[in-house]
Design a protein around this ligand. Structure first.
Ligand code: ADP
Ligand code: MG
Length: 699
């Protein structure tokens, strides 16, 4: 079949230049190929007719056959609505229109028989169907079809009459144009046979116009399988190439520095999980291959210490290391933590951030070159081009799930042999997502908290119960604790949010005249922000009013209460991160989620999950299910294609794992990509990489 991606959508019957422009703009559909791969988001069974006496307001879309008894209009101006009382002899429902009233009364007649299709809801005790689809009962074309596809459309499209039905008609025209041509297969015959897959031609037809639910299921399976297979092949092949290309520095011994630290300075027993993870990294770094490892561990699980001990192994092998944090505050905190841990040991640690200037900076840069500075801790400043090491052996990147492949690749150039890389994140990523986002990284997990931690108690509080909440806060402060109060910050309306914060601050200072209150937000100068944080850390202020700038990493063990205002405006992973700011000391800590009364179903679920569990992985899974991967932090910036057209990482996790195995076997059996039976696979992979900008980023 000729290449459909070179055939402009505008020449398809029913499109033309105007509609083509809309399709381009709204759906990114330019060619026949693009349209063909614009899949329905749902299907509705139109094979069954219901009786009115059977239906209720909880049913999904349903179909009725009957007659309009009378029309009535209500309201004025924008409030106007048209109601048709519709009956099939078993009952009456109201069909309701808010727009196009003239069109409706002109087109449909009382007394005629129609098939009506829509979603029933209950309003004022009556069953309503708003803006139903109506067909004269004599022309039951659509209903004869069984499963009807529904396509997502935008407001602009609807205004141009390009609704789901219109797309359905275009799709029909498309298949009509193609006649019975067969699509060039994009999977190898071996794969199709081994995994009992539907052919591409059948799959594409059935995904739009499923002949039966079973055929639809098989079409979906085939297309998801293919989509996930190529994503995985792309990532895995790249990871393998990198492994073959780069030798790794060999850290084959554990020496004085590590041992001294372990024997003399380590203030507590390592948890089992910490030990296991350190072992995993030792094995990696001793293997002769470059380590690229993601360390996941819930907030407070002790990742910093693990990172430090890994760094000491690098020192023992004669290499320097650096550690990068996302913010100045965190960098300083790490620097101080590391210095404290290494007290009395002969290891030179320096801090490098944008604020380190002049003579001090010069000295550090010079001593990095001679190797005198052994551990460098800082912000992004540490990977600037002007920072050069004598022998950099390991880079640790903290709290940076956004640190994509491209950025990591930049680090590899810092030494003739690329340094080992350890990325740490406290935003746990479900396994399936990690496979796609970080398919090229090995993953270690700290799944155990240090002993003695009391899980944070989380409660939900409506915002009219504030007096109760304030009483609780007061009591905690009287016991010597400190309190965070966090306000949401959403980029689009930063001004308004700052206003929220300012008002909150005034309110809190008035409510707690006997205490000192700190205030921190993202628009403050770093130095000011830092100073405020430090005051809170020194317990000079008892309450910290802040936006989410305190989300990451900040450690104030004496703070035991985290109040999150407008909790409905935060995502799950953010709520969990914020909660992680408390529960760091020995005292029982609390997280209070404050919301208004009116909550959406999804918000209610989020809050419920937070109240029920402290387990970051469980929360991450739930988040993925609630929101889908597109919205999760890190997915956009990850450098891996995320515009999956049909597979859904949240729901198709099992298939993803299965397909990853298939991809691995393919690469094992045909590492050079030369076997004739796989030719179509390698050709397709190459084609996808050519077309997909995101994919190319990681080559
Ligand atoms: P995170 O994983 O969130 O970065 P941190 O590394 O900041 O966690 O550790 C949280 C706190 O727990 C720190 O005060 C750290 O010193 C302490 N800690 C780490 N490991 C242990 C351990 N094995 N036993 C007791 N406390 C520990
Ligand atoms: Mg940390």
């Amino acid at each position: 079949m000729p290449d459909l991606s070179t055939r402009d959508i505008k020449f398809l019957q029913g499109v033309g230049p105007q509609r083509a422009a809309i399709l381009n703009k709204e759906l990114n559909v330019y060619s026949l190929h693009d349209l063909l791969y614009y899949f329905p988001y749902k299907y509705v069974d139109r094979s069954r007719l219901y009786y009115i006496h059977e239906i209720d307001g909880n049913m999904p879309y349903i179909q009725l056959r009957g007659r309009i008894l009378t029309f009535e209009t209500f309201g004025e101006g924008r409030q106007r609505r048209l109601v048709a009382h519709f009956s099939d002899g078993t009952g009456v429902v109201d069909l309701v229109w808010f727009q196009g009233l003239k069109y409706v009364t002109g087109k449909y007649k009382a007394g005629e028989e129609y098939v009506v299709f829509g979603k029933p809801t209950v309003f004022n005790g009556r069953i309503n169907i708003a803006h139903p689809d109506i067909d004269p009962a004599g022309e039951l074309k659509l209903s004869a079809m069984g499963l009807q596809p529904y396509y997502n459309t935008t407001e602009k499209m609807k205004r141009a009459n390009l609704n789901s039905h219109a797309l359905e008609r275009l799709m029909k025209n498309l298949f009509h144009t193609l006649q019975r041509e067969v699509f060039d297969e994009t999977l190898s015959p071996t794969l199709i046979e081994t995994y009992h897959l539907m052919s591409l031609t059948d799959a594409l037809y059935n995904i739009h116009f499923p002949q039966t639910p079973e055929l639809l299921r098989r079409a979906q399976y085939r297309l998801k399988f293919e989509e996930l297979l190529y994503v995985q092949l792309n990532i895995l092949r790249y990871a393998r190439e990198r492994r073959n290309k780069f030798r790794g520095l060999v850290f084959d011994r554990v020496g004085d520095i590590f041992n001294t630290f372990y024997a003399r300075n380590l203030p507590f027993e390592l948890t089992g999980a910490q030990k296991r993870v350190i072992k995993e990294m030792r094995r990696d770094m001793g293997s002769g291959r470059q380590m690229n490892r993601l360390l996941q561990g819930d907030v407070g699980s002790g990742k910093t210490l693990v990172a430090l001990m890994t760094m000491l192994i690098a020192l023992d092998n004669g290499y320097q290391t650096c550690m990068m944090a996302p913010t100045e505050i965190l960098a300083v905190q790490h620097f101080e933590t590391v210095k404290r841990f290494l007290e009395g040991m002969d290891v030179r640690v320096e801090l490098l951030t944008g604020n380190v200037k002049g003579k001090k900076r010069e000295t550090i840069l010079r001593d990095l070159l001679t190797g005198d500075v052994q551990i460098l801790i800082g912000t992004h400043a540490v990977i600037e081009d002007t920072v050069n090491f004598s022998s950099l052996g390991l880079v640790v990147i903290d709290e940076q799930h956004r640190f994509g492949v491209a950025q990591r690749a930049k680090l590899w150039a810092k030494n003739t042999c690329p340094p080992h890389v350890l990325v740490m994140t406290a935003t746990p990523i479900p396994r399936t997502l990690a496979m796609t986002l970080y398919g090229d990284l090995d993953v270690s997990v700290i799944d155990e908290l240090p002993p003695g931690r009391k899980p944070v108690k989380t409660v939900h509080q409506f915002d009219n119960r504030r007096p109760l909440l304030y009483g609780f806060i007061r009591q905690q402060i009287q016991e010597g604790r400190q309190v965070y109060i966090v306000y949401p910050l959403i980029k689009e309306s930063e001004k308004m949010d700052i206003k929220n914060l300012e008002e909150g601050y005034v309110h809190i200072t008035e409510a707690f005249p006997e205490y000192k209150v700190s205030k921190v937000h993202g628009q403050m100068k770093p130095a000011e922000k830092d100073e405020e944080m430090q005051r809170f850390l020194r317990n000079e202020t008892q309450i910290m009013v802040a936006t989410t700038v305190i989300e990451v990493g900040v450690n104030v063990p004496n703070a035991s209460v985290m109040v999150i205002e407008n909790a409905e405006r935060f995502g799950l992973s953010q709520l969990h991160q914020l909660r992680g700011r408390v529960g760091r000391g020995a005292d029982q800590s609390y997280c209070v989620l404050v919301t208004g009364y009116k909550l959406t179903e999804e918000t209610r679920k989020r809050i419920e999950i937070m109240v029920q569990t402290n387990d970051g992985f469980e929360i991450a899974e739930a988040d993925l299910k609630l929101r889908g991967p597109g919205d999760l932090e890190g997915t956009q910036q990850s450098g891996v294609a995320f515009d999956l057209k049909i597979a859904d990482i949240a729901r198709d996790g099992q298939l993803l794992q299965f397909v990853r195995g298939v991809a691995e076997r393919l690469l094992d059996e045909d590492p050079e990509g030369i076997r004739p039976e796989n030719e179509v696979v390698w050709r397709q992979l190459k084609e996808l990489r050519r077309k997909n900008v995101n994919w190319a980023v990681i080559s």
